[in-house]
Design a protein around this ligand. Structure first.
Ligand code: FPP
Length: 231
């Protein structure tokens, strides 16, 4: 890859698993399985390139209204991912942090998630946030209610500390695959100054080279944060 300015934090909306499977006359679960494999491949590549933080949208709060059969298949993927792959992340020295309300998951998966988070908490080579049953509006409303319950006014810094991403810098770059041009309730507060990149590729076919192209595109952008150039 050319000499470029790397984002510190990349967030992914991994859309298109279902359509990718349908085009191959396969069930949606086949697409989600391919999606998990690609998630591992693309996130590993991001860390190898020097990105420090990766956040993935694995299940939105709204996704919970999908048919039970599809949810069970997604839960099975979580089950095998958090029980089998954890050693791999330990090798990579990446800290795994799950964001969202995981109490909707079967108890064995909740336990595995907590175990992975504890085991990887000492890792320092990178941070991978996995959003499960996450919704940005719900996150903001919860944070507001917490501030109210404490009976205090908030400023931007203290409000940030009430969010699930407490202590984590905002995403520099948000990549959405699958051809849709929206954020779908993902990191709405944190995305205030994120650069957005949309790919027509379906998530399972988004390649390492596609990631590099997205980073090169990001690198060429002029981020002014509301200021003027050169300040
Ligand atoms: C959107 O594709 C994708 C999802 C709702 C789930 C994404 C989840 C993964 C890639 C698995 C994450 C797993 C782990 C273990 C963390 P879609 O089904 O909406 O695709 P479509 O828009 O083509 O129908």
């Amino acid at each position: 890859m050319k000499r470029i300015k790397l984002p510190v934090h990349i967030a992914f909306i991994m859309d298109g698993n279902g359509r990718w499977a349908k085009r191959r006359f396969r069930p949606r679960a086949f697409g989600h399985r391919a999606g998990v494999q690609n998630m591992t491949k693309i996130c590993s590549h991001a860390f190898r390139l020097g990105v420090r933080i990766v956040t993935v949208y694995a299940l939105s709060t709204e996704n919970l209204s999908r048919p039970k059969e599809e949810l069970d298949e997604l839960f099975d993927l979580f089950r095998s991912y958090f029980s089998k792959k954890k050693e791999r992340f330990l090798d990579m020295d990446v800290k795994i942090n799950v964001i969202g309300d995981i109490t909707v998951l079967p108890e064995d998966i909740q336990e595995d998630i907590i175990d992975v988070m504890e085991r990887t908490s000492v890792n320092t080579d990178g941070l991978m946030n996995i959003c499960i049953n996450y919704g940005a509006r719900q996150e903001i409303v919860r944070a507001v209610n917490e501030a109210v319950a404490f009976g205090r006014f908030v400023d931007e810094a203290s409000f940030h500390n009430l969010l699930s991403t407490k202590g984590i810098p905002d995403p520099d770059l948000i990549i959405r695959t699958g051809g849709e041009l929206r954020l779908s309730n993902f990191l709405l507060y944190q995305a205030a100054y994120s650069e957005l990149y949309f790919s027509d590729k379906m998530w399972p076919e988004f390649s390492r080279r596609d990631l590099e192209k997205a980073i090169e595109n990001y690198s060429a952008r002029d981020r002014r944060f509301g200021n003027v150039r050169g300040n």
